[in-house]
Design a protein around this ligand. Structure first.
Ligand code: 2P0
Length: 322
């Protein structure tokens, strides 16, 4: 009765940064991501009809009820949707290096949705699974698929899910996750994206989403590394500009974030192709090509000797381990 699923995390190249419905995690805009091989979560879901409580283990540690509400409530919500009611045990292991500075909620809720559906023999399509994962965390909707993925914003709970763009890209594109600060993020994404809506530039950001999505799709279809990198960097800058211009403004950047940005600019001036993207935290992800990743790492270490760097490439969609 125990089913285990593995989901990889993803990095958004065109970001989700605004909700039309907080309960359903319905986004105000579509987003496009790259699934990453280096970071994943394995989750087992076991039905325990004879137990008298729900149990959640994370990285082999029992998590007390008060700290597992988000996960337990999510499973209850799924159970209600399918008319199910019984106790369960979840065992989840995050293979997201603490040094990566990447959030694990995308891989965590994608793996949980998939193991839940498998344990109950639900006949879910991958798009339905993406919808279920979205209810746990918006970005989890994209971690159902590998390679390049688009989360189409849709209009309601039924039509907001991710679809694969290209699950096995041939493109030479890799990522360096640069951790400038290992501390937990200061402002949760859900709070940050709500505050950002106070920026006078938010409507502009929203208006150009469709154009940026179309441009990114074209760049992906043409295996256009520079096109993808430029758009990803532009979109990340827009997201962070909106944060700075919210009322009141805020930023996830730290001094070392800026140093990495400046190094990327400098490397490009020297003819080394690379671009950055930044999520809801100070850490930077550099998009580059295989032939350049070592030189970029060396240059990063020269400027910021203390930063940790993790290398990643395209990762797969959901897989089942039993
Ligand atoms: C993204 N981020 O598209 C954007 C870019 C962070 C910056 O999705 O509230 O954990 O659970 O739906 O998915 C992070 O937010 O937010 C995120 P919820 P989530 O990847």
């Amino acid at each position: 009765m125990k089913k285990t699923a593995r989901a990889h995390t993803n990095i958004a190249l065109i970001k989700y940064w605004g909700k039309s419905d907080e309960m359903l995690h319905l986004p105000l805009m579509s987003s496009i991501s790259m699934t990453l091989d280096a970071f994943y979560t394995d989750t087992s879901f076991e039905r325990c009809p004879k137990a008298n409580e729900d149990i959640f283990f994370l990285n082999d540690q029992r998590i007390e009820i008060s700290k597992s509400q988000r996960v337990i409530t999510y499973v209850h919500r799924l159970q209600n949707m399918f008319g199910l009611k019984e106790h369960f045990r979840i065992d989840s292991t995050n293979h997201v290096p603490t040094s990566a500075g990447l959030a694990s909620s995308a891989s965590a809720f994608a793996a949980l949705a998939a193991s839940f559906a498998k344990a109950y023999h639900l006949d879910c399509s991958l798009n339905e699974l993406s919808r279920l994962a979205r209810l746990g965390s918006g970005s989890a909707s994209r971690s159902i698929f590998g390679g390049f993925v688009e989360w189409q914003k849709g209009h309601d709970n039924m039509d907001s899910f991710a679809i694969p763009i290209n699950e096995a890209p041939k493109l030479d594109l890799c990522l360096l996750a640069v951790e400038v600060d290992a501390a937990p993020k200061k402002l949760a994404s859900s709070v940050g994206m709500k505050k950002a809506q106070g920026s006078p530039f938010f409507p502009i950001w929203l208006k150009q989403n469709e154009t940026e999505i179309a441009q990114m799709r074209t760049a992906i279809a043409h295996d256009d590394f520079d096109g993808i990198g430029k758009l990803a960097e532009q979109n990340a800058n827009e997201m962070h500009a909106i944060n700075l211009t919210a009322r009141p403004g805020f930023t996830y950047f730290e001094p070392d974030t800026i140093k990495v940005i400046q190094l990327v600019h400098q490397l490009r001036e020297e003819g080394i192709d690379c671009y950055y993207t930044i999520d809801a935290g100070p850490n930077v992800k550099i998009l580059c090509q295989l032939r350049n990743h070592q030189i970029i790492q060396e240059r990063l270490q020269k400027v910021l000797s203390h930063v940790k760097i993790v290398f990643a490439q395209f990762g797969p969609g959901i897989t089942y381990l039993d």
